[in-house]
Design a protein. Sequence first.
Length: 310
Amino acid sequence: MTRYLLLGASGFLGRHVGDRLDAETGAEVVTAGRRAPGGPRPHRPHLPVDLAEASVDRLAALLAEAAPDVVVNAAGAVTGPPAAMAAVNTTAVGALAAALLTATPSARLVHLGSAAEYGRVEPGEPVTEETPPRPVGVYGVTKLGATEILRLARRTGLDALVLRVFNPVGPGAPASSLLGRLVEQAESAEVRLGPLADHRDFVDARDVADAVLAAATAPSDRLAEGRSEGRWLFNVGSGRARTARELVRRFLEIVGSSASVREAEPGSDRSAHVPWQRADVSAAAEALGWRPRRDLDTTLVDVWAAACAR
C-alpha cells in the first residue's frame, strides 16, 4: 500500500492526478488544501490547509497526520497579484520542503513545475532540462523559484522530483484557458480568442497524471544512474509543437462547427514574448519509463464529450 498526500486536488491537473492515483492498485489518497475536490469521492480523507499561509510547523503537523509515502504538489496560482502568486508558488514550496525534512524525511515529493520557467527559447529547438531558464512573467519567475528551492533542499536530503509541465489540455479544462473558452463558444457563429500564431507543446492532462505516477514510483537507484546529483527535473510534454490556431481549427472540425475565428482578445500574460516551445521528453522516457500516449485528436474528442456530458 502506498499512501499519497495530494495538494491542489481541486485544480485542473490535481483532479486528473487524483483520478489516476485512485485507479492505481494499492494506492491510498489523502487530499489537502483550502477546499476538498468536488464530486463524489467519500473514500478520500481531506485535510484543510491554506498553503499560502501555513507555517512550517503547521505543514509538519499535517504531514505527521497524513503519514504519506509520497507527496504530490499540484497546487499553484496562475494569476493574481505578484505577492499572492509568490506565496503559493514559491514560499509555500519552501515551507513544504522544510516540513517534509522535519516530519516525514523518507517521503518523496513530486512537484508540478511549469514550462513557463524556461521563458523565451530558440524557435525550432526542442527544450531540454539543460536549457537555461529565462522566465518572462511573474508566473514563470515564481515557479522557477520553487524549483531552485527544491534543488537546494535535495542537497540536504529531500527526495524531490520536479515535473516541468508544458501546456496541459484535456477534459475539464478551465474556463479561462484557450480550450475552455473554445468549448464555451463552439456553437456560436463566431469564436473570439486571443492571438493564435504561437507554437506550443500541448500535452494531455491525463498523460501528465501518468507522469506523476511514474515519478512517484521510480526507483531511487534508477534516478541516480550516471549523475552525481541524480535525475530529478523532467520535462512533461507531447514532444510536438503546434500553433494554437491549429488546435482551434482541429477542435472546430471535430465538433462540426462552422464558426469563424476572430483573434480579437489580448493574449495571456503568461504567454507573452514566448513564440515557441516544444519539449524534449527523452529524460522522462529514460529515467521514468514515461512517454505521452494520447494524440491531440483523442484529447479534443474527449474534451468535447466531457463538455456535452455536463
